[in-house]
Write a protein that binds this ligand. Structure first.
Ligand SMILES: *Cc1c(COP(=O)(O)O)cnc(C)c1O
Length: 457
């Protein structure tokens, strides 16, 4: 075993990992990366099929981002945002506000997706108290939602598996019905595979349920992952749901917190998924792709209204009492500026459109397999849901580790991704070539066949 693997095994505790399983195998030890390729210490190359857990946009070792960081590094790596300002963070704030659009006017920096949500949560809580909407504001979040792992963010999450161990520590966020067309309880269409997704008799029952829930209490805010619920298993909302949900929230006088930690920065085709439905949130939470997947940095954007409710004389103590040591970090902000530049360039946009199209063409090849229940895509996010029986949509039990097994075979064949239960996600970096994209889907197809057989419908 490699000497570094020994160190890892001896000292490192990995996130979301059963360490007994981990210690039973030799880890993939990544040494370098270039574009969509990661190379391990033995020289074996892998395609980064989930963009390093949904973070990487323009590929690894990108010349422009490297350069931007190096140039900043030669000046200073970090000075505190508590009491000091700096150039990259200020310039980035303007660019983020412009990209997000009105009424988002102010940027609060933090470190990662979880903290971006904590910030929105605290701001919304305090704002709602100060405008006398509620003395003890409560929040509404969607079924199967995931917003991070710190206590506040985890409290908003509605995935039982992650909540259960800490339920005693978490505060109560109410759960609102959210659409999952493939398993829609209202869709009476027969499970004829792709037809089932169209919801032929859909009457937007999911929105009525949300509407009833939101009317039942004076909620401070509804928290949503716009258009795609990532950790739920890349579950895509039907087009029009977000707009309707946003209207329901506005009528109720509540705020909308958009968690675009995964969907932000072009992932779903638009700079932000909210833009696709012309939805204007009160809070926009950004992280993962903000720095192009280079450095941990996050931002919470909000409106002048919210900002103003924290203004006052010093002695009134209306200050937003929250912050992080690395808020507004110069290296992160420099990486983010370079990444935004790449995102907005015309050639890049056209390339992403082409890649989206190619992905949807390639994914077609998965439909014939009997163990493939649903194939979902939104922009450059895909989720393939594996099932025991496509006719009944019966799931494999989690304990069967089907997703894990398929991804292990994929890794052996040179494509890295991480399953979410029985769903295998593909989120190619935007610099992925046509040949690399074809390989990602081909390896997924072959791995499904190897683990689950090649029975066709
Ligand atoms: C990943 C993710 C988070 C948490 O981000 P971290 O950087 O892991 O804390 C929050 N919300 C969504 C939608 C995410 O995908």
């Amino acid at each position: 075993m490699h000497k570094v693997s020994k160190l890892d095994r001896k000292y490192v505790w990995h996130p979301f990992t059963q360490m007994r399983d981990w210690m039973g195998q030799e880890p993939v030890l990544i040494e370098r990366g270039k574009g969509s390729v990661l190379t391990d210490v033995n020289g074996k190359k892998y395609l980064d099929g989930n963009a390093s857990i949904w973070t990487n946009l323009h590929g690894h070792n990108n010349f422009r981002i490297n350069n931007a960081i190096a140039k900043q590094l030669a000046k200073v790596a970090h000075s505190s945002a508590l009491g000091l300002a700096n150039e990259p963070a200020s310039v980035l704030a303007e660019k983020l506000v412009k990209a997000a659009g009105p009424p988002l006017k102010k940027v609060f920096y933090s470190d990662d997706g979880s903290t971006a949500l904590e910030v929105a949560l605290k701001m919304s809580y305090e704002h709602n108290r100060r405008i006398n909407r509620s003395k003890k504001p409560r929040f509404l979040s969607l079924m199967r939602s995931y917003h991070g792992d710190t206590i506040g963010a985890a409290s908003l999450g509605q995935i039982d598996l992650f909540r259960r161990p800490y339920s005693g520590l978490l505060f109560k966020a109410d759960k609102a019905f959210s659409p999952y067309c493939y398993r829609c309880p209202f869709n009476k269409a027969k499970p004829e595979r792709r037809d089932a997704r169209l919801g032929r008799k859909c009457k937007w029952e999911c929105i009525s349920k949300l509407e009833n829930k939101i009317k039942s209490h004076k909620y401070a805010a509804l928290v949503v992952e716009p258009r795609v619920q990532g950790a739920a298993g890349m579950i895509m909302h039907p087009s029009g749901w977000l707009k309707r949900a946003s209207n329901v929230v506005k009528v109720a006088g509540a705020q909308l917190i958009a968690d675009e930690v995964m969907t932000g920065f072009g992932r779903t085709g638009f700079t932000f998924a909210c833009h696709k439905e012309k939805v204007i949130p009160d809070f926009l939470c950004l992280a993962k792709g903000l720095t192009g997947g280079y450095l941990p940095m996050a931002a919470t954007l909000t409106s002048q209204d919210v900002f103003d409710s924290f203004l006052g004389e010093y002695k009134e103590m209306k200050t937003f009492f929250h912050g992080h040591s690395y808020s507004g970090n110069q290296l992160g902000a420099s990486a983010a500026l370079a990444s935004l530049g790449l995102l907005n360039n015309r050639r890049g946009r056209l390339r992403r459109k082409k890649l989206e199209k190619l992905l949807s063409v390639e994914l077609e090849s998965l439909w014939p397999f009997a163990r493939v229940g649903d194939v979902r895509q939104e922009g450059l996010v895909a989720g393939v849901e594996l099932v025991a029986d496509w006719k009944t949509r019966e799931s494999f039990p989690l304990k069967a580790k089907i997703g894990i097994k398929v991804c292990e075979v994929m890794a052996r064949k040179g494509v890295l991704t991480r399953p979410i239960g029985n769903v295998v996600p593909l989120l190619p970096p935007y610099c992925t070539t046509d040949a690399q994209l074809r390989k990602m889907v081909r390896v997924l197809r072959e791995s499904i066949m190897e683990v689950l057989g090649s029975t066709k419908v």
